[in-house]
Design a protein around this ligand. Structure first.
Ligand SMILES: C[S@@+](CC[C@H](N)C(=O)[O-])C[C@H]1O[C@@H](n2cnc3c(N)ncnc32)[C@H](O)[C@@H]1O
Length: 387
């Protein structure tokens, strides 16, 4: 598409109709609702066409063939389709790969989540893309030697908000009442500013109905960023830029009745509790909401920003029982899945980049066949997410 033709689309992204509720957009597009004036009243013929082409790529040219659809309306429809998650996706359309006691779903987690039943998962732990801090597709090309560097893509903060909100809304449907949604997130730098992403994120989650529960600080120890050096060069007030040595781990819960049968922690049998009794050795350190855990070094994993296995292990041990299913919707190199596997949980990981899934499956297989050599990370990747 030319940049001129992208303008209405960009406008739509900046001014999302109906707060971009996926269901509303879908119902508008399918002619069952009419909350959005700009794209309502689609012809029956067009609605049938869209229905028949769910999940396939629809172009402006395909749509302008219909009466009353100009370029702008076509772009609005396409944007709505993209933002609305391309309707329902069947399991068959997504490739799944088994790994130990779990599996990876290759594709957009919005599609992956739609294949899971309501109220079916007890714990989700993830670290989403931090706005546009990393261009994962280019990182894969770098791994393959096709490019030397990856560059950040232009993406509006509003678009990013919608991207996350759509996916965490679908996650809300899938989690059991009382289940936990744990998210590792950090501020990002963009356009010369530091965006307070974690704090915006908490508000977005609360608006979706998630109950905020814990704010854990992941203390990463010594960091290599050069921010604090500014004060050394200009030792005056106003030049303080501390090194960024922490990230956040927020715990949200899907509300459930107190002591209710619906609450996953209240209907566990005594035998289950016995089998899952926690070893509290070293708990004094973990009992604080500051967790001191060494980050993964660049050469230890092919992914540009994996979180440490210890971070995932703690979350999994505190919020799930053995045999429960743990879900990571932005699985990357599968660290959540690996930790879940080792702790006797079942697991599902969703990821758009197949190379990361392949690597994750290998790590899990190695862990299950102790003695096998851990897969090589190949070329050394020094280009990491800024802390
Ligand atoms: C911050 S990283 C997660 C890293 C992971 N915690 C690990 O330890 O390796 C975010 C991941 O989300 C993936 N991703 C981006 N958009 C996605 C989407 N729509 N659905 C699923 N995965 C996506 C990226 O490819 C990236 O690997």
């Amino acid at each position: 598409m030319t940049s001129a033709s992208q303008q209405p689309r960009e406008k739509l992204l900046e001014n999302p109709p109906s707060e971009l509720s996926t269901e509303e957009l879908i119902s508008v597009l399918l002619g069952t609702g009419a909350k959005n004036n700009s794209i309502k009243n689609l012809s029956r013929e067009l609605v049938d066409y869209l229905r028949a082409n769910l999940g396939t790529k629809v172009t402006v040219g395909d749509l302008t063939k219909f009466n009353g659809v100009g370029k702008n309306k076509a772009l609005q429809i396409i944007s709505a389709l993209e933002l609305g998650g391309r309707f329902r996706t069947t399991r068959e359309k997504l490739k799944t790969y088994s790994a130990g006691r779990g599996e990876f779903i290759h594709g957009d987690c919005l599609d992956g989540l739609k294949t899971l039943a309501d109220n079916s998962i007890i714990l989700a732990f993830t670290s989403p893309p931090y706005h546009n801090a990393i261009n994962y597709a280019d990182h894969i090309k770098k791994l393959g030697g096709e490019v030397r560097y990856w560059e950040r893509k232009e993406q509006s903060y509003q678009f990013y908000k919608v991207f996350l909100v759509d996916r965490f809304k679908e996650l809300y449907r899938v989690l059991k009442p009382g289940g936990h949604n744990v998210v590792n997130i950090s501020p990002v730098a963009w356009g010369g500013k530091r965006m307070a992403l974690p704090f915006h994120f908490v508000c977005w989650m609360e608006e979706l109905g998630w109950q905020f529960k814990e704010d854990i600080v992941w203390e990463k120890g010594i960091v290599k960023d050069k921010r604090s050096g500014v004060l050394m060069q200009h030792p005056y007030p106003g030049y303080y830029y501390p090194s960024l040595s922490v990230e956040y781990v927020f715990v949200f819960q899907k509300p459930a009745g107190e002591k209710s049968k619906n609450n996953i922690y209240h209907d566990r049998t005594a035998a289950e509790k016995r089998a899952n009794r926690m070893d509290l050795t070293g708990y004094q350190e973990q009992s604080k909401n500051v967790w001191n855990i060494r980050p993964v070094a660049p050469r230890e994993n092919i992914h540009p920003c994996p979180f440490p296995e210890e971070l995932a292990s703690r979350v999994i041990r505190y919020y799930s029982y053995m045999n429960d299913v743990v879900l990571d919707i932005f699985a990357g190199s599968g660290v959540t899945n690996l930790a879940a596997e080792k702790l006797g949980r079942r697991h599902i990981g969703m990821e758009t980049e197949k190379e990361y899934i392949d690597y994750a499956a290998k790590i899990i297989s190695c862990a299950n066949h102790a003695g096998q050599t851990k897969p090589s990370t190949g070329q050394q990747d020094e280009q990491r997410r800024p802390a």
